[in-house]
Design a protein around this ligand. Sequence first.
Ligand SMILES: CC(C)(COP(=O)(O)OP(=O)(O)OC[C@H]1O[C@@H](n2cnc3c(N)ncnc32)[C@H](O)[C@@H]1OP(=O)(O)O)[C@@H](O)C(=O)NCCC(=O)NCCS
Length: 159
Amino acid sequence: MTLRVRVAQQTGESAAADRVFVRRLGRRCAMSSVGALRRASEPAVRAAFDRLCDIVDDQSHVTLIAQRAQRRVGFLLLLDTLPDEVTALPQGFVAYMAVEPDSRGAGVGAALLAAAEDEARRRGLPYMALMVTEDNAEARRLYDRGGYHTERRLLCKPL
Ligand SMILES: CC(C)(COP(=O)(O)OP(=O)(O)OC[C@H]1O[C@@H](n2cnc3c(N)ncnc32)[C@H](O)[C@@H]1OP(=O)(O)O)[C@@H](O)C(=O)NCCC(=O)NCCS
């Protein structure tokens, strides 16, 4: 079945269904961003994902939805007005992305990332940035293949 990536509308019936899909899938996937160093409870991590969605909703963003026929299989949340905090240069920032477990490994993530880069280019943004957890092998593989380089590191020490 053909894969389609579309920009979610902000209002209307399908917009509401898209929002529910993003929240549900994102909550189910949130634990994959937890590194081995931190002891985190699943409810807290899921609640943190809800907070991330609220933060994204409060600023300029694009939601991309990947769909096969009528079935939504993945999403990507792109912030399009958040400059890099160090250089103040404009950039697109991937706040989060996820693909349904039974649809992984088939290029959905790569298609979402490519569509996000197109949206960023269309806005004249010269860079795309994102954060990924060291232990998240699938995500790191996707970004490595997509041409992303490590620019900074988040360090953590258990006390
Ligand atoms: C990271 C994620 C979005 C990747 O989505 P995806 O649709 O599987 O991505 P793709 O299929 O485009 O690429 C995945 C890579 O793993 C390979 N792969 C093979 N089998 C796979 C499988 N069963 N599951 C996942 N990846 C597989 C793919 O072939 C591809 O590698 P390649 O480019 O060398 O061929 C997905 O794993 C996910 O939703 N993870 C949970 C949420 C998450 O971690 N989000 C990222 C937050 S930073």
